[in-house]
Design a protein around this ligand. Structure first.
Ligand code: BGC
Length: 331
């Protein structure tokens, strides 16, 4: 049995009200806003049943409006980077908003700072966003939906189902950018991570994939067996192998908390918060490596790399991808 409550959360700079939805199954409680579709907190029990908040973030919507780290947000129209802020589709070259040097990151102005239309469900919330033709340079009037649901306490499964349609051929790459810290304080070094990926996409010095798809075997990118995060330099897309295994499995040894991530998407960005500058968070100081992101996605810069899985969606066609997080414990 899941309960869903909603309340006024704060007022945006333009005067519009933002809401906060609370989904609870009695064991796990998730809070999510219609502003940016931001997951502001997940209270999950440790191995002794003691709940704590495993999501990095802020107390107020005003802090999220000023945030530079995409904390907890739904990102789009294209998560991750597009080289040169441009791509060609169907013979037309589209010039996008550039927000990281010459490149575009996370959709430019993006979806993460928009107020989505939200509606409560019996076990979750539906978020809807209209993105006009040409917004941030992307083609097509797009209607995007994220359905976020929490399961009962037997599985503690939080799912986000993304669907989108456009009236022109376009690209979509939608994901969530939550930073997790299963210990709920300090940094995430010491967490143990397994990824269902025997290949990854090496990057250049602006974090754009070189186009190579390289085996992880024998390298520090080999997470096919559980690996302790000793060094937080990771900010890479891993090529998911598919099958029934979770795309990612994380365990925090001190608290026993675990996170499993499943997805229909072909890749996952594993980012250890290496660019997080010091800031005050809702539970105290946040610093470098304060949280990790596991962002299921199409590979970075796919619109410009023909041999990467295609993120192109034809006019009228349905884009449909899912992310599932499962919160658990290990003894
Ligand atoms: C990227 C990082 C970037 C961060 C921004 C992540 O998805 O992989 O390179 O710094 O987003 O917060």
């Amino acid at each position: 049995m899941v309960t869903v409550k909603s309340r006024h959360w704060g007022t945006l700079k333009d005067g519009r009200p933002a809401r906060l939805f609370e989904l609870s199954n009695g064991v796990v409680t998730v809070r999510i806003s219609d502003f940016g579709g931001i997951i502001t907190s997940v209270l999950a029990p440790d191995r002794n049943g003691v709940p704590d908040d495993i999501i990095l973030g802020y107390d107020t919507v005003a802090r999220y409006e000023d945030d530079d780290a995409y904390m907890g947000a739904m990102v789009g129209r294209y998560a991750n980077r597009i080289k040169g802020g441009s791509f060609t589709l169907g013979g037309t070259t589209y010039r996008l908003t550039k927000n990281e040097g010459e490149n575009q990151l996370h959709g430019g102005t993006g979806f993460h700072k928009q107020l989505w239309a939200a509606e409560a469900l019996a076990d979750g919330v539906v978020l809807r966003l209209h993105s006009p033709d040409g917004a941030d340079g992307f083609p097509g009037n797009a209607d995007v939906t994220a359905v976020v649901r929490l399961s009962g306490p037997e599985t503690n499964r939080l799912s986000a189902l993304f669907t989108a349609v456009s009236d022109k051929d376009t690209v979509f790459n939608l994901t969530n950018h939550a930073y997790f810290n299963l210990r709920c304080l300090g940094d995430i070094l010491g967490h143990k991570v397994r990824l269902n990926a025997d290949r990854y996409t090496p990057v250049d010095n602006s974090l754009i994939p070189t186009g190579e798809i390289r085996a992880v075997a024998g390298t520090e990118f080999d997470f096919t067996n559980t690996r302790i995060i000793e060094n937080g330099f990771y900010d890479h897309n891993f090529v998911l192998s598919g099958g029934d295994n979770p795309a990612a499995y994380v365990v925090e040894p001190e608290t026993g908390r675990t996170l499993s991530v499943y997805t229909t998407m072909p890749g996952i960005q594993f980012y250890c918060g290496g660019s997080l500058t010091p800031r005050k968070g809702k539970h105290g100081d946040i610093g470098r490596y304060g949280g990790f992101c596991l962002e299921p996605q199409f590979f970075p810069n796919s619109p410009n790399v023909p041999h990467f899985p295609s993120c192109a969606v034809l006019a009228g066609e349905l884009y449909r991808q899912e992310i599932v997080y499962i919160f658990g414990t290990e003894l």
